[in-house]
Design a protein around this ligand. Structure first.
Ligand code: ADP
Ligand code: MG
Length: 247
C-alpha cells in the first residue's frame, strides 16, 4: 500500500544548529499518529518542514506519493495555539470559511455551498452558536474547536495538528479527540504533536518519538516502553514498568 507520508533523511537546522537530525519514517493511510518528545525536541519543526513552511537542509518528503506542492490543498494544518494571533479581527464563521479557500479557484469568493459546509463543520465541533463572535472573545478550548472546524472545512486527506490540547478544557479535548478518531476511521491520516506521555496510549495508534533524532516509531505498544522513552526524555520511567505489563 502507498504510504500517506514518507520521510527520508530529513535534516533541518536554524542558523547552523540542528533541530532535526537524519529523521526517516513512513506513515500508512488511516492512522492516528502522535509525535511525542520533550520541549525543544523538534516536533513543531518537523511539522513545518513536512509542510515546507520552513526549508530543510536535506531530505525527501512525499505525501500520497507526491511532493507537498502538488498535494498542499489536501493537507490541513492546525498550528500551535501560541503561534496564532488571536487579536486578529475575524469572526468564527470567517475563520472556518478560510478552510474552504484551498478548494476554491483563484478570485472565487466562497458561496452558499462553502458557507453551508463551514456551518456544518462548526456544528460538528459544537460551536454552531458562536458563528458571529470574534475569535478573540472565545476561550482556549473554543478557539481550538474553531480551528478544528477550519481544518474539517478543508476536506483534507492528511491532517497535522500541533499541540491541540494545550490550554484547553477537558470537554473540548474530548470533542477534538473524538473528531480525530472519526477522521481516522474514515481513512484519513492524522498526525498530532503532543508533548507529554499522558493519554498517548488512549489517543494514538502509532507514535513517532522524537528528540532531535528519531528515537522510536511504530505501534504504540512497541514504542511505549520505558527504555525507549528514557532515551527521548533523558530520564527513567519506573512507573511504566507496570503499564507495560498491563499492555
Ligand atoms: P518542539 O516543538 O519539540 O518544542 P521546536 O521544533 O519548536 O521544538 O524547536 C526545536 C529547536 O529548534 C529548539 O532548540 C528551538 O529553540 C529551535 N528553534 C525553533 N524555532 C526556531 C527559530 N525560528 N529560530 C531559531 N531556532 C529555533
Ligand atoms: Mg512545539
Amino acid at each position: 500500500m502507498l504510504s500517506a507520508i514518507t520521510v527520508r533523511n530529513l535534516n533541518v537546522s536554524y542558523h547552523g544548529n540542528d533541530a532535526i537530525q537524519n529523521v526517516s519514517f513512513s506513515v500508512s493511510p488511516g492512522k492516528l499518529v502522535g509525535i511525542i518528545g520533550p520541549n525543544g525536541a523538534g516536533k513543531s519543526t518537523l511539522l513545518k518542514a513536512l509542510l515546507e513552511l520552513i526549508p530543510r537542509d536535506t531530505g525527501e518528503i512525499q505525501m500520497n506519493g507526491k511532493g507537498i506542492s502538488e498535494i498542499r490543498k489536501h493537507v490541513a494544518y492546525v498550528p500551535q495555539r501560541s503561534n496564532i494571533d488571536w487579536d486578529f479581527p475575524i469572526t468564527v464563521i470567517d475563520t472556518v470559511l478560510l478552510g474552504t479557500y484551498p478548494n476554491l479557484g483563484i478570485f472565487q469568493r466562497p458561496k452558499k455551498k462553502e458557507k453551508a459546509l463551514a456551518y456544518d463543520c462548526l456544528q460538528k465541533v459544537g460551536m454552531g452558536d458562536y458563528a458571529n463572535r470574534q475569535i478573540g472573545e472565545l476561550s482556549g478550548g473554543q478557539q481550538q474547536r474553531v480551528f478544528m472546524a477550519r481544518a474539517l472545512a478543508q476536506q483534507a486527506d492528511i491532517f497535522f495538528l500541533d499541540e491541540p490540547f494545550v490550554g484547553i478544557d477537558v470537554s473540548s479535548e474530548k470533542a477534538i479527540v473524538n473528531i480525530l478518531k472519526e477522521l481516522r476511521d474514515g481513512g484519513k491520516t492524522v498526525l498530532v504533536v503532543h508533548h507529554d506521555l499522558n493519554k498517548a496510549n488512549d489517543y494514538f495508534d502509532e507514535l513517532i518519538l522524537l528528540n532531535k533524532e528519531l528515537i522510536g516509531v511504530g505501534e504504540v505498544e512497541k514504542v511505549f516502553r520505558s527504555e525507549i522513552l528514557a532515551k527521548a526524555y533523558n530520564t527513567q520511567f519506573p512507573f511504566l514498568k507496570e503499564m507495560e505489563v498491563q499492555m
